[in-house]
Design a protein around this ligand. Structure first.
Ligand code: C2O
Length: 381
């Protein structure tokens, strides 16, 4: 089965290994016969990722311009926004089957393949948004352009950023398929628990109730990063398992999933089906784009959300001294192939060991390099 293969062999997944699900609601990612080249580390750190809530007006405009240019590429282009969303869908929710006959110990049966719910999660998503970021930079002709992150772990970022909510026609970051009830609320990073506090408005009075909700968010991040996130297995997850949630680390299973559902779950099921996603069981589930992994990549907010997830991994490895992941050779040598470059798309094979140090990917995070204190270190559980 898949589990053993991933554990025992360096695994390369290329588009040849994936068969497209014709019932999928998105087109298949473009296939290509271009030769595959190995990733070469970037020579310098050129891109500094900043929180969306601290972006200058001109940076905001540049971000919108980059995404609108990406949206204007034809769907057949591998770096088009449509293709990017399709790539995420390809790797989750069973939309694609892994052809087990191509696996070394394959049993001949097609297996659903998923980059979620295991130790594949953090490095795969780092790779995915890295190539997305490079494409945006190329589209605005600025090699220093870095993907802004949705800083929901700081009080100023605890709301769906206004930049993404502005519904004017030229805002490429806007998406109507979000949970309208949560748009201007202070986020609840523990939304999936059963003890939901009464929602408070982000711009409302900063009263006791508000401060309590902020503090509870900070404590959720503290818990994910420090208290429950001790060691690579707890934080990054374990081997892929058929039991989908058994192997997720806290980086994936806590604030990350919660913010998907916070942004994407419809408040009730009486909604128009056009805002709901088609599940692999053939039924519509009444979630908006972010609430369903198969459609999450259609929301431009997804990429800024994942930049923050990536940052929290970076902080865990560096500031919090969590280390470089697993020593396991299978994990370090697991590789994926991504398209790189808008003008001249190439296929690049990149391994997990290539992405453990963000400097080799040419980016860093503003608050880390400026040594801005992490607000959630102050949580007292
Ligand atoms: Cu591939 Cu946040 O999910």
């Amino acid at each position: 089965g898949l589990t053993t293969s991933l554990a025992s062999a360096a695994t390369t997944i290329t588009d040849k290994h994936l068969s497209c699900d014709p019932s999928g609601t998105l087109p298949c990612p473009p296939l290509s016969t271009a030769p595959i080249v190995d990733f070469t580390p970037e020579r310098s750190v050129k891109r500094v990722r900043q929180p969306v809530h601290r972006l200058s007006k001109s940076y905001q405009e540049k971000y919108k311009l980059a995404v609108s240019r990406m949206k204007a590429l034809p769907a057949s282009h591998p770096l088009s926004f449509t293709a990017q969303a399709a790539i995420h869908q390809a790797y989750c929710d069973g939309h694609y089957q892994y052809d087990a006959t191509k696996l070394q110990d394959g049993d001949g049966a097609a297996q659903p393949f998923d980059v979620h719910a295991s130790w594949i999660f953090a490095p795969w998503h780092r790779m995915y948004i890295y190539f997305y970021e490079r494409a945006l930079a190329e589209l605005v002709g600025d090699e220093t352009f870095a993907l802004p992150y949705w800083g929901w772990d700081a009080p100023e970022g605890m709301v769906i950023p206004p930049l993404f909510r502005d519904a004017s026609a030229n805002n490429s970051l806007y998406n109507p398929h979000r949970n309208q009830a949560n748009l201007d609320k202070l986020v609840d990073l523990d939304y999936l628990s059963n003890r939901r506090p009464a929602p408070v408005n982000f711009d409302g009075p900063k009263d006791e109730k508000y401060m309590e909700a902020v503090n509870s968010n900070l404590c959720t991040v503290y818990d994910q990063q420090i208290r429950s996130g001790k060691g690579a297995l707890n934080f990054l997850g374990g081997l892929p398992d058929t039991n989908r949630s058994a192997s997720s680390g806290t980086l994936e299973s806590m604030a990350h999933i919660t913010m998907h559902v916070w942004t994407g779950k419809a408040p009730n099921s009486t909604e128009d089906k056009s805002t709901c996603a088609l599940g692999r069981d053939g039924n519509y589930s009444c979630m908006n784009d972010m609430g369903f992994l198969g459609s999450a990549g259609r929301d431009p907010l997804f990429y800024s959300h994942h930049a923050n997830v990536d940052r929290l991994w970076h902080i865990w490895s560096t500031t919090l001294r969590g280390g470089n992941g697993f020593n396991d050779t299978a994990w370090r040598h697991t590789s994926f192939v991504f398209f790189d470059g808008v003008r001249n798309p190439r296929r690049v094979r990149i391994k997990f060991r290539d992405v453990l140090d963000t400097r080799k990917l040419g980016y860093t995070y503003a608050d880390v390099s400026e040594k801005i204190p992490l607000p959630w270190l102050k949580c007292n559980l």
